[in-house]
Design a protein around this ligand. Structure first.
Ligand SMILES: O=C1O[C@H](COP(=O)(O)O)[C@@H](O)[C@H](O)[C@H]1O
Length: 199
């Protein structure tokens, strides 16, 4: 891993455009070597941020993007909502290497559908070998309800490590994009970029 970056924004309004810029810059980098840009998306609050900010990126060309889902509710492969078809592109028998994964974190420290001490019954999810093989992993975590768990995940605490704390890409980048309410209890090193700064 090339170092974790915890980046704090005043609010989601400032975080959103920076997230879109980060996605677009990593897409440009992946596409500059030919081929495609493989992007893993999570659900939850991330969906509305991306839905608002990605279409606002000037001349964004997604035609060579390969989109996968970091987790999903369990439906049959024949269901039109199934993500299986998208993952078939990675049918190499080896762990897929995503160019970028966008992750959320629940208040219990779960990420993807990796819950602490919980059997995976009705979810399908990426697991840590795939998450930690990615080239770039970006957590987006906002709101005061995330403050206690964010502190535990980033700065440690009692008991076993929560799933989100086990995300550490072996060779890739790791970003935590958070807003001030979520960062309220943090004391470790953080960046506070000025308006329009590129990540
Ligand atoms: O259950 C889920 O929650 C997490 C976190 O969502 P958030 O709304 O608290 O940001 C999400 O990343 C995951 O995809 C979803 O299945």
């Amino acid at each position: 891993m090339s170092g974790r970056r915890v980046v704090v924004f005043p609010s989601v309004a400032e975080l959103g455009p920076s997230l879109a810029q980060l996605v677009s810059s990593r897409a440009e980098k992946a596409l500059s070597t030919g081929g495609s840009f493989s992007l893993g998306l999570s659900g939850g609050s991330l969906v509305s941020i991306l839905g608002k900010e990605l279409p606002a990126v000037p001349s964004l060309d997604c035609s060579k993007w390969l989109i996968g889902f970091c987790d999903e509710r369990l439906v049959p492969f024949s269901d039109p909502e199934s993500t299986y078809g998208l993952y078939k592109a990675f049918n190499t028998g080896e762990i897929p290497v995503f160019d970028m994964l966008l992750l959320g974190m629940g208040p219990d420290g779960h990420t993807c559908s990796l819950f602490p001490d919980h059997p995976l019954l009705q979810r399908v999810t990426m697991t840590l070998p795939t998450v930690n093989a990615a080239q770039c992993v970006v957590f987006v975590s906002t709101g005061g309800s995330k403050a206690p768990v964010l502190k535990q995940v980033l700065e440690g605490g009692e008991g076993p490590a929560l799933p989100a704390a086990l995300v550490a890409p072996r060779q890739g980048e790791l970003f935590w994009l958070v807003d001030e309410p979520a960062a309220a209890s943090l004391t470790s090193q953080m960046e506070r970029p000025g308006p329009g700064a590129k990540l």
